[in-house]
Design a protein around this ligand. Structure first.
Ligand SMILES: Nc1nc2c(ncn2[C@@H]2O[C@H](COP(=O)(O)OP(=O)(O)OP(=O)(O)O)[C@@H](O)[C@H]2O)c(=O)[nH]1
Ligand SMILES: [Mg+2]
Length: 426
């Protein structure tokens, strides 16, 4: 149990009945509550400010296992003046007190919920400051450009000297390329952090729910030979290799008259929209019909950043299906074996594993870089047209946006520091 803040040390002395605690030493100590009753024997460690996670005084009680003892100590701590921390408050304080920047705070939060080993590896790289370093370098480059241009606007009668303009154009070009690369790299792999979503789609009765059950290894969804058994989407997390992914079983897609079934089909379509991977299931024991062709069309029209898999199900039965309609079909039987599908999925997920390149780890970071990139492209074009003031306006926008990843950009303060390098009034 951890207590942070100005009173943490006094609380620890009170509960342990000690006169002092040496910082960073593990002290064996009895703990007493406000009624002077012995509660537990624990290890107390005192982290003296600023050498702690929050940079405040922090005291750690390492008590015996189980919920009851821990709760009794918690109660004693609360009775002596502490309050419960809000979710994430320790990390929030670490950020507010300047110990970590936002990219690190975000990495800590996501690390706890990481959906794969490779996601955890990436987040620990962010925790070490990889993303922070990248953002700060980009920001410094942009600020330098900004300073040049503002000096020209304020102090020079004429336009930017051509050699400087050429340098700025080069710098912008490099930055734009690197931001574009990061975005592409990150968008493809977004599911690694947030967890991939896999939609199982097809016409009615092809065995979508049977597939979900087989993946889960228990009868989660109702299956039957009645068409339109599944009316709602069903979501379950399943581990494939080292990845935790979310499978979504959907209502079979067909022309439905029934109001409830229609709503279910609407939901199937949104599940396709939200998925990173779409498994189209086809029942090879029946001839392909118009509904199968509609599904194929749906799969063809899905966004290009989604992975599409064509699956032939019921391979334990005789084949009546025109298989040439399918692309690289994977043969399975939910009654017998679905390993060819899980193997393909595992292989695909592994190809997405994180490489050495810089990557963003949240939708918030992706949006910040997208905004910054758009502003940079606008300002690049304005510079070509010689519109310095507008250029500077959009450049400022680009700096503000990318700074959201690490810490808020305070224009005056940073610009002052930058201008300090120039000999103005020369
Ligand atoms: N022989 C055989 N039968 C299967 C296989 N997979 C599913 N079935 C049967 O096919 C029927 C339909 O299966 P479901 O899993 O309910 O199909 P669904 O696609 O979820 O159907 P809807 O929810 O109505 O869209 C059931 O009777 C299953 O037992 C298979 O691989 N082989
Ligand atoms: Mg079903």
């Amino acid at each position: 149990m951890r207590v942070s803040g100005a009173k943490a040390y006094d609380i620890a002395l009170l509960l342990s009945r000690k006169l002092f605690l040496t910082p960073r030493y593990a002290a064996l100590s009895s703990i007493y509550n406000e009624k002077d009753e012995f509660v537990d024997q624990v290890i107390v460690i005192y982290f003296k400010a600023p050498n702690s996670y929050t940079t405040e005084d922090v005291v750690e009680f390492q008590c015996h296992g189980g919920v009851i003892v821990a709760n009794m100590i918690l109660e004693a701590v609360l009775k002596s003046g502490a309050r419960l921390a809000n979710p994430g408050e320790f990390t929030k304080r670490a950020f507010l007190n300047g110990r970590i920047d936002l990219s690190k705070a975000e990495a800590i939060g996501k690390l706890i919920e990481a959906k794969s080993i490779s996601a955890a590896k990436l987040l620990s790289r962010h925790l070490k400051g990889e993303l922070q370093k990248f953002v700060e370098e980009a920001r410094e480059n942009l600020l330098e450009i900004m300073a040049f241009v503002e000096v020209t606007i304020d102090y020079a009668e004429e336009d930017l000297p051509t050699d400087i303009e050429e340098q700025i154009v080069q710098k912008l070009k490099l930055l734009i390329t690197s931001l574009e690369r990061i975005l592409e790299n990150s968008k493809q792999r977004e599911g690694l952090i947030e967890g991939f979503k896999i939609a199982i789609v097809g016409r009615t009765n092809v065995g979508k729910s049977s597939l979900l059950n087989k993946l889960l290894q228990y009868e989660r969804a109702i299956t039957s030979n009645i068409e339109g058994t599944t009316r709602d989407t069903i979501e379950e997390e399943i581990k494939i290799g080292t990845h935790i992914v979310k499978f979504v079983d959907t209502a079979g897609i067909r022309e439905a008259d029934n109001e409830i079934e229609k709503i279910g089909i609407e939901r199937s379509l949104s599940a396709i929209e939200a998925a990173d991977i779409i498994i189209g299931v086809f029942d090879i024991s029946r001839e392909a019909n118009g509904e199968d062709k509609d599904i194929l069309k749906l799969l063809r029209n899905a966004k290009t950043d989604k992975k599409i898999l064509h699956v032939m199900n019921k391979c334990d039965l005789q084949n009546c299906f025109d298989v040439s309609l399918l692309e690289n079909p994977i043969k399975i039987s939910c009654k017998q074996d679905i390993k060819p599908l899980t193997d393909t999925l595992n292989e695909y997920l592994n190809t997405l594993d994180i490489n050495e390149e810089i990557m963003l780890s949240s939708a918030r970071q992706i949006s910040a870089v997208t905004q910054s990139l758009n502003a940079l492209k606008i300002s690049r074009d304005l510079l070509k047209g010689g519109e310095l003031e507008l250029f500077s306006y959009h450049l400022n926008e680009a700096i503000t946006a990318i700074s959201l990843i690490t810490k808020t950009y305070e224009r005056d303060e940073i610009l002052e520091a930058m201008f300090g390098k120039f000999c103005l009034g020369k």
